[in-house]
Design a protein around this ligand. Structure first.
Ligand code: BES
Ligand code: MN
Ligand code: ZN
Length: 497
C-alpha cells in the first residue's frame, strides 16, 4: 500500500528537520541520545513533558510542535513504562504507537532514537519497532475516492538511529519479509468477494512464483479426479469454480516439510442453511486461514527460509442455489469416509477435511497445521485476543504457544477427546458435519481430526483473530494478517538450521 513507509537504519545524530521521536522510561527517564538532545535544547524535552504532566507510561505519547532549541519541526515523546519488562511483541506495539502519533503535516522525514533509558536497543528490538511502524501504517483504501483537497499523503521515510546500523538492517531484512507477508494476508482478507473469487485468489497465490515458490493450481476436473468430493460439494452452489493452490518452498534440503493448510471460503452465506443478514458482509473474510498461509509463504520465501514448507489452500464460495448442496445430503470424502451434511453452513471443515487427507497422503509432512475461520463458537470461547489451537502433539502445542507469545499472534490450546468425537457420529453416514449446540469449536476440530490419521497435526481456529476484531497499535483494518507472524516464527524457531 502507498502509505507504507520506507525504513532505514543510521548512526545516532540529531536530525536537522522533520520529526524527532524519543523514548522515555517511567518518570521521563531518557537514554543517552535523548539526554544529549535535551541538553542541546536547554532542557526543552524534559520541560515540555513536565509542563504537560507527561510521565512516560507505556504507550503514552506527547507530540510537541516546533520544539524550542531543536531544528526539527516536531518532537514526539513515547513512553516505555518499565523498559526492562518490554517483550518483543510490545516493542512492535511501541512502533505502532509511534506511527499512530506522528504529526499529519507535510513533514515525511522521521528519526527515531532507538534506545531505552539504560542503553541503545538491540538490533532485534529496533527491527521490532520498524515492524510495528510498518504494520500500523498499512491502510486499505483502494475503493475510496480521494477528494482533491485531501490528496494521498506521501509515504514517510523512517530512520531508526542505532549505534550499529548494519546489524539492525540485517535483522530488518527478515522482519521486512514478515511485514510484507502480513500485508499480503490483510489485502486478501480486505478485498470484497466480488473482486476476489476463488479464481482471482488463486491468481494472487500463484504470483508467489516470482519469489521462487513452486505453484500448482488445481481446477475442478483435477479435484474430481483426486476425489475431493467433500470440498467440491461446498463449491457446487456457486457460479464460480473451486480452486486448490499448492505452494512449495524448498529451502531445507531433504527435511520432511511443514504443511500449512488454509480454509479459503471467499464468501460464506451459509449456503442452503443460510445465515441471517446482519453482519453477513464480514464473511468476505472467511478466507482468513488461506490468507495467513499465503502471507506466511510470502514471508518464508522473501527471507529465503532454510526450511521445506508446503502451503495448500482450498478456495470455494459457499452459496445457496438450485445446484447447492442440501442438509441431509451424504457426501463421500477423499478419505473414503462418508459425511451426512446437517448444516451447509459448517462448510469449512468439509473443505479442510479433503485437503488434509491429500496433504498428509502425498507429502507425509513432519507436522501439518491447518488454519481456518472455522467457528463462531471459538469467538464465544476466546474472543478476539487468542486463536483456538488444537494439537495431537504436546511439543508442537508448546512450540505454537511460544511462537504466539513471542510475536503477539497468541493461541490458546483447546482440548481434543473421544467424548467430543462421539458428538459427530451419524446414524446414516460415518459422521455428520455438526455436533450440536455445545462445544462447537471442539466438535469442528474433532471432525478435522478424522482426516489426519495418526499424523502430527495442529489446527488453529482464527475466526476471532483474522478479521473483524478490535483495532490495536499495529492493526487498523478489517483483515489483521493474524497468523503470518505466528507461522513464520514457528518455522524459524523449530524447522530451520
Ligand atoms: N465461517 C464460519 C465461522 C465464522 C464465524 C468465521 C464468525 C468468522 C466469524 C463457519 O463456516 C460457520 O458458519 N460456522 C458455523 C458452524 C455451525 C453451522 C455448526 C458457526 O460457527 O455458526
Ligand atoms: Mn459457514
Ligand atoms: Zn465459513
Amino acid at each position: 500500500m502507498v502509505s507504507v513507509p520506507t525504513i532505514q537504519f543510521r548512526p545516532v545524530e540529531l536530525p536537522p528537520s522533520g520529526t524527532l521521536v524519543v523514548f522515555a522510561g517511567d518518570g521521563m527517564a531518557l537514554g543517552e541520545a535523548a539526554r544529549r538532545a535535551d541538553a542541546a535544547s536547554d532542557g526543552f524535552i524534559s520541560a515540555a513533558a513536565e509542563a504537560q504532566g507527561f510521565k512516560a507510561k507505556r504507550f503514552g505519547t506527547l507530540l510537541v510542535p516546533l520544539p524550542r532549541g531543536l531544528s526539527v519541526r516536531s518532537l514526539l515523546i513515547v513512553g516505555l513504562g518499565d523498559a526492562a519488562k518490554l517483550t518483543e511483541a510490545e516493542w512492535a506495539k511501541l512502533g505502532g504507537t509511534v506511527a499512530g502519533a506522528l504529526p499529519s503535516g507535510p513533514d515525511t522525514d522521521v528519526t527515531v532514537f532507538a534506545e531505552a533509558p539504560d542503553g541503545p536497543l538491540t538490533a532485534e528490538q529496533a527491527a521490532d519497532i520498524a515492524l510495528g511502524i510498518v504494520l500500523r501504517s498499512y491502510t486499505f483504501n483502494l475503493y475510496k475516492q480521494k477528494s482533491a483537497d485531501e490528496p494521498e499523503p506521501a509515504p514517510r521515510a523512517i530512520t531508526l538511529a542505532v549505534p550499529s546500523p548494519a546489524a539492525a538492517e540485517a535483522r530488518w531484512q527478515a522482519m521486512d519479509a514478515v511485514a510484507a507477508g502480513t500485508m499480503v494476508a490483510r489485502d486478501l482478507v480486505n478485498e470484497p468477494a466480488n473482486v476476489l473469487g476463488p479464481v482471482e485468489f488463486a491468481e494472487r497465490a500463484a504470483s508467489l512464483a516470482e519469489l521462487g515458490v513452486e505453484i500448482t493450481v488445481m481446477e475442478p476436473a483435477e479435484l474430481e479426479a483426486l476425489e475431493m468430493r467433500m470440498l467440491l460439494g461446498v463449491a457446487q452452489g456457486s457460479e464460480r469454480p473451486a480452486r486448490v493452490v499448492l505452494m512449495q518452498w524448498k529451502g531445507g534440503g531433504t527435511q520432511k516439510p511443514v504443511a500449512l493448510v488454509g480454509k479459503g471460503v471467499v464468501f460464506d452465506t451459509g449456503g442452503i442453511s443460510i445465515k441471517p443478514a446482519g453482519g453477513m458482509e464480514d464473511m468476505k473474510g472467511d478466507m482468513g486461514g488461506a490468507a495467513a498461509v499465503v502471507g506466511a509463504m510470502t514471508a518464508i520465501a522473501k527471507r529465503k527460509a532454510k526450511a521445506n514448507v508446503i502451503g495448500i489452500i482450498g478456495l470455494v464460495e459457499n452459496m445457496p442455489d438450485g445446484k447447492a448442496q442440501r442438509p441431509g445430503d451424504i457426501v463421500k470424502s477423499k478419505s473414503g469416509q462418508t459425511v451426512e451434511i446437517i448444516n451447509t453452513d459448517a462448510e469449512g471443515r468439509l473443505v479442510l477435511g479433503d485437503l488434509l487427507t491429500y496433504t498428509i497422503e502425498r507429502f507425509e509432512p513432519a507436522v501439518t497445521i491447518d488454519l481456518c475461520t472455522l467457528t463462531g463458537a471459538i469467538i464465544v470461547a476466546l474472543g478476539h485476543y487468542h486463536a483456538g489451537m488444537y494439537a495431537t502433539d504436546d511439543t508442537v502445542a508448546a512450540q505454537l504457544s511460544a511462537a504466539g507469545m513471542a510475536t503477539g499472534d497468541q493461541v490458546w490450546r483447546m482440548p481434543l477427546g473421544k467424548d467430543y468425537d462421539g458428538l459427530i457420529d451419524s446414524k446414516v453416514a460415518d459422521m455428520k458435519n455438526t455436533g450440536g449446540r455445545s462445544a462447537g469449536s471442539i466438535t469442528a476440530a474433532q471432525f478435522l481430526k478424522r482426516f489426519v490419521g495418526e499424523s502430527n497435526w495442529a489446527h488453529i481456529d482464527l475466526a476471532g483473530t483474522a478479521m473483524g476484531g478490535p483495532t490495536n497499535e499495529i492493526s487498523r483494518t478489517f483483515g489483521s494478517g493474524w497468523g503470518v507472524r505466528l507461522l513464520d516464527r514457528f518455522i524459524a524457531d523449530n524447522y530451520e538450521g
